[in-house]
Design a protein around this ligand. Structure first.
Ligand code: OSB
Ligand code: MG
Length: 368
């Protein structure tokens, strides 16, 4: 494979409803789409960095800089056998996983299209349908939260995750448990607590949650070990796991019992598959997280979720939960069983709507 050119498009899409987490509120998404042309075939990827460095250190601007000034010079004019080699080609760049993952995933799409096979098959996936859960942002009132959960359950989602933060945790969880005693329920704190808060987090154990996602510091594996020792509820790590080495440390040291996988956070399919295999060998279930992606990123999350050890429902949902109009065709839909059927077309299996994408492109840059 050779890459002729990369087109970076920064698009803006307003969310159907604002999304609030412990680190902030998002009403409009600004994201970088990567179109990589390889041997005459276009592969698409999405950079999941946010506008600000509040979930992870990268931003849309740092990703653009790294893609243009460091990733492109390493890839330009190189000849390689398959997208599986791209991660190693970027080895000299430390971190910047979201920038790396956007182009790496685009090249996996291009390779699958060149071979005329679905990306999920090229990756070694086994699922034809993936189980889906929803991530619900922090709401102003309990009534609003309950109404949202009712709506998502009516839409057949298999599990409910709510965002929590100090001062907005026990009360909403208790309320949901009273109203929905049997649903699969979990919480995500996005690093809003400190180890000293453990007696408070312990109170959440009364509500038999599936897991507590990333309660402590975004890069603090040590404190999660201490916390997991004190809790019966499994801890699921998200922010902390940005490399295979971090995953190994977290598992071996007992910092978590479940891992949330995100392509952007780990840098693409090569590290994601390695972490997946490691987790599988250690009997740690994984599930696919979300980053409020457009259809391009969503399509990649679906392909990733077909791997065998993605055994829990992920945060991968219908296009219409986020967008009035998505950037792909057809849009992602969820079945009455709360699953997404994995498409069988070549590559990501959804077609980017280039006209629509161009219409919402705020900035375009061609690397050639
Ligand atoms: O922590 O999983 C997270 C969205 C943005 C940043 C971080 C997270 C999230 C979500 C939303 O939980 C998942 C989705 O895309 O539905
Ligand atoms: Mg999370």
């Amino acid at each position: 494979m050779k890459i002729e050119k990369i087109t970076l498009r920064e698009i803006r899409m307003p969310l159907v409803t604002p999304f609030e987490t412990s680190f902030g509120r998002v009403t409009d998404r600004r994201m970088l789409l990567v179109e990589a042309e390889s041997d005459g075939v276009a592969g698409w990827g999405e950079c999941v960095a946010g506008e600000g460095p509040f979930y992870a250190p990268e931003t849309v601007e740092t990703a653009r800089h790294i893609l243009r000034d460091f990733i492109w010079p390493l890839l330009k004019a190189r000849d390689f056998e398959s997208a599986a080699e791209v991660w190693a080609m970027l080895e000299t760049i430390r971190g910047h996983n979201m920038a790396k993952g956007s182009v790496e995933s685009a090249l996996w799409d291009a390779e699958a299209k060149q071979k005329g096979i679905p990306l999920w098959k090229l990756l070694g996936g086994v699922r034809r349908e993936i189980p889906c859960g929803v991530s619900i942002g922090i709401k102003e009132t309990l009534e609003e939260l309950v109404a949202t959960v009712e709506r998502e359950l009516a839409a057949d989602y298999q599990r409910i995750k709510i965002k929590i933060k100090p001062g907005n945790d026990i009360t909403p969880v208790e309320r949901l448990r009273l109203q929905f005693p049997r649903i699969r329920l979990m919480v995500d704190a996005n690093s809003a607590y400190r180890l000293e808060d453990w007696p408070h987090l312990k109170r959440l154990e009364a509500y038999y949650l599936m897991m507590i996602e990333q309660p402590l510091g975004w890069d603090d594996i040590f404190s999660h070990i201490e916390l997991q020792r004190r809790l019966d509820t499994p801890i699921c790590l998200d922010e902390c796991i940005h490399t295979e080495e971090h995953a190994r440390a977290a598992i071996e040291l007992g910092a978590c019992r479940i891992i949330n996988m995100k392509l952007g956070r780990v840098g693409g399919y090569t590290p994601a598959r390695r972490i997946h295999d490691l987790c599988q060998s250690k009997h740690i279930p994984v599930w696919c997280g979300g980053m409020l992606e457009s259809g391009i990123g969503r399509a990649h999350n679906i392909a990733l979720s077909t791997l065998e050890n993605f055994s829990l429902p992920g945060d991968v949902t219908a296009s219409s939960r986020y967008w009035v109009e998505d950037a792909i065709e057809p849009e992602v839909v969820v079945t009455a069983q709360g699953t997404i059927r994995v498409p069988d077309g070549p590559g990501i299996g959804y077609t980017p709507r280039v006209d629509r994408i161009e219409a919402i492109t705020a900035r375009k840059e061609i690397l050639a």
